[in-house]
Each structure stands twice: as structure tokens, then as C-alpha cells.
Design a protein around this ligand. Structure first.
Ligand SMILES: Cc1ncc(COP(=O)(O)O)c(C=O)c1O
Length: 389
């Protein structure tokens, strides 16, 4: 019997939710269904709420440190989900993966250096490189038969030009592609050969859909492990983004010390009391919720695929191998990005992430967030259809 009811629709208005409260600011309209920023409209595992409530009731929220019990849950989680045995000493913490990317850029590169990414990709990858006065080197992904692939020759050519750090998104946002062991081995080999460090953003790695499997690149070989900074978080997995808690796994001592030293310069000391409690409870007790959630998301994906296939044939669905974000190829509709945006907001009354935000290769695409009850997904699909009628 199922324990969780993901069909329940919960009103998130007036909770300072970015998705529900900032749509007007970001899109210029307010009467639209928000299906953009990547959080979900679901309650987290009951045990997380109970752990937070228990701590809330204590009533004193003074300086809090991260105990070895929390680090042990991170270690256990990696072992049980990804078969990666890590040492507790490798684990650092950060309020978020994006702040960790910024710290890594500062710790491992200098102004003017080059940091590589693979577009289309999560917007802050570009922003963190540019805001920190580094240069973006792009090794774009290629869409073949509705699946993204890496052009390893082009990847190597870019590395040959001199790249200090590569930002890997595994699984990939926005497409939901889960990189295979073979692909990761090629990435690891090439980066090791050209002395390029890897920041592997694995924030979506708990959200793998069957039959795919996640491989932390650092778990494959000591050679890659030594050059990799792995970022994970319970926030995307369990819908806890407002708690702001993530961990950074850095097996190489020198790299870890360099990362910690930038954190120390910034005065970083610990996560918030509730971030720590939420992270530990989610990793310790959240697996049942996660399995039920993934089954629910798989159904939502099927709903999107069949609806679009039958009713909006001009759109192709890039089927995600992980996560609750769906990358929709609207190029056959023959509208400009401006027209797509306008139609979605004004005719369809639905807010999706515009593809060009993800850099070259994002033109003509939109990203739809289906981390919501099926009724909301159906409402969003009807609006999508209306937009392009
Ligand atoms: C690939 C990726 N990295 C990082 C983040 C955000 O991480 P955080 O909220 O921990 O900074 C997201 C959120 O959507 C994401 O998709």
C-alpha cells in the first residue's frame, strides 16, 4: 500500500514561494500557471516534517554545528543509492550547489581562466563563471534522435585550448539525460589527460528513473576521484530547497583544503539548524517517499508524452532519464522564441522556462516542471495546447 498521496493539491500562495510568488516579477504576468523553477508542489517525507517539528518545539535555535551523525547519513546515502563508499572526512557542506560552484571557481581558477560547460545547461553554470570574471568555454551537446550526446572530439579540442575546470551536470538539466559509465569514463580520461578539474553537479542524481542508473564520476576510478568535486543535495530530491543544505564530496585532500579555505575567507561556519535536521532526516528516512515519488513522476511523464503526442504533435518530448523536468522541442512549430514565450504566457497562461536561458542549443525549446499533482500537469498541458492552437 502507498504511504504518500501525491495527488493532493496544496495552495502555496502567500508562502514566499519563488515559483508561485515571483511569477509576476519574472514573467510580467500573474494569472498564469507556474511550471518553471525546479521545486515541487509536494510535501516532503513525513519524517522530515516531524524531525523539523521536534526541533522547533525545543525552542532554542542558537549556533548549531554539523555532527558526525549527519555526515554519516550522507555517507550511508551514497553507499545505498550509488554504491559509492566515501570517507566521512571527504564531506564538506555548503548552503547550496550554486554557491559551491562559485567557491570551486574561486578556489581552483584565477580571473581570466577558462571554465568549460556543455550547453544547453543550467543557467547558473554560465552566470557563476561570468560573474567571477572567468571565461566560458562551451563544448555543446548534440541532439541525436531526441537524446543528447557528447561529441568527444570537440570536447577534447576544447580541453586542448587550456581549461582549468569543467562543470559537469550529471544527470543533465534541462534534458534529464543520465550519463553512462562509458561516457563518464571518457570524460574522466580526457580531463585527467589535460589536467582539468571536474565539478560534478549531481543534485538530480537521486531522481533516476528506471532502467537508468546513476554513476558518480568520482566513484569510477581513483584517477578521476582525485580531480573531482562532487556536489549533492537532499533539497532537489525531497523538495527542501528553502532549507538550503547541500554537501560537497572532495576526496583529494589538497583540493578539499583549497575549497575549505575559500569558505573560511567568506566566514562560512555551518548550515542552518533546520537545514541540518532536514538533510539528516531525509537521508535517514526518506527512501520510501523517494521510491513512491519516482513512480508517480514516471506516470506524469507518460501523461505528458501521450497528451503531447495526441494533441500537440508539433512538439517533441525529450524523454527524461532522471528528474521531474521535461525538455520540450518546439522547433517544428516554427515560432521564434519571443513568439513561444508570448503565446505561452498570453494565450496559454502557463509559465515555462524558456530554452534560450540554457545557452546555445536552447533556442526553440522550453522546460516544463511536472513535479506537481497529475491534475496540475493536465491543466498545464491543456494550457500548452491552447498556447499553440
Ligand atoms: C543542475 C542544478 N544545479 C544546482 C541547482 C540549484 O542548487 P542549489 O539550490 O543547491 O544552489 C539546480 C536547481 O535547479 C540544478 O538544476
Amino acid at each position: 500500500m502507498k504511504r504518500y498521496d501525491f495527488d493532493q493539491r496544496i495552495n502555496r500562495e502567500h508562502t514566499s514561494s519563488v515559483k508561485w510568488g515571483l511569477t509576476k516579477k519574472i514573467f510580467g504576468v500573474s494569472d498564469v500557471l507556474p511550471m518553471w523553477v525546479a521545486d515541487m508542489d509536494f510535501l516532503p517525507p513525513t519524517e522530515v516534517t516531524e524531525a523539523l517539528q521536534a526541533r522547533l518545539e525545543h525552542g532554542i535555535y542558537g549556533y548549531t554545528y554539523i555532527s558526525s551523525s549527519t555526515t554519516n547519513t550522507v555517507k550511508q546515502w551514497m553507499k545505498q543509492r550509488n554504491k559509492w563508499e566515501i570517507d566521512e572526512s571527504w564531506v564538506l557542506y555548503s548552503p547550496g550547489v550554486v554557491p559551491s560552484i562559485a567557491i570551486a571557481i574561486e578556489a581552483f581558477t584565477s580571473p581570466g581562466d577558462t571554465v568549460m560547460l556543455q550547453s544547453p545547461v543550467y543557467t547558473p553554470f554560465f552566470e557563476m563563471i561570468e560573474k567571477n570574471d572567468r571565461k566560458v568555454m562551451n563544448a555543446p551537446l548534440h541532439l541525436k534522435n531526441d537524446r543528447y550526446e557528447i561529441d568527444f572530439e570537440a570536447f577534447e579540442r576544447q580541453l586542448q585550448k587550456g581549461v582549468q575546470l569543467f562543470l559537469l551536470c550529471n544527470p543533465h538539466n534541462p534534458s534529464g539525460r543520465v550519463w553512462t559509465k562509458e561516457e563518464l569514463e571518457k570524460i574522466g580520461e580526457l580531463c585527467a589527460q589535460y589536467n582539468c578539474l571536474i565539478l560534478s553537479d549531481e543534485i538530480h542524481s537521486d531522481l533516476i528513473l528506471k532502467p537508468h542508473e546513476h554513476t558518480p564520476i568520482a566513484s569510477l576510478d581513483e584517477k578521476y576521484r582525485d580531480i573531482t568535486i562532487t556536489c549533492i543535495a537532499p533539497t532537489k530530491t525531497f523538495n527542501l530547497a528553502g532549507l538550503q543544505a547541500s554537501s560537497v564530496i572532495i576526496p583529494n585532500k589538497k583540493l578539499r583544503q583549497a575549497f575549505e579555505s575559500v569558505q573560511a575567507k567568506q566566514g562560512f561556519f555551518s548550515l542552518s539548524t533546520f537545514g541540518i535536521i532536514g538533510m539528516e532526516a531525509a537521508y535517514r528516512y526518506g527512501e520510501t517517499w523517494l521510491e513512491e515519488f519516482l513512480a508517480y513522476i514516471q506516470e506524469n511523464i507518460e501523461t505528458v508524452k501521450s497528451y503531447i503526442h495526441e494533441s500537440i504533435p508539433g512538439i517533441s518530448v525529450i524523454e527524461p532519464e532522471a528528474g521531474y523536468l521535461i525538455w520540450l522541442d518546439c522547433r517544428n512549430l516554427q515560432f521564434s522564441d519571443e513568439e513561444i514565450k508570448d503565446r505561452l504566457l498570453k494565450k496559454g497562461k502557463v509559465a515555462l522556462e524558456p530554452g534560450p536561458k540554457y545557452g546555445p542549443g536552447g533556442e526553440g525549446f522550453v522546460r516544463m516542471n511536472i513535479g506537481c499533482p497529475k491534475d496540475t500537469v493536465l491543466e498545464g498541458l491543456a494550457r500548452l495546447r491552447q498556447a499553440f492552437e
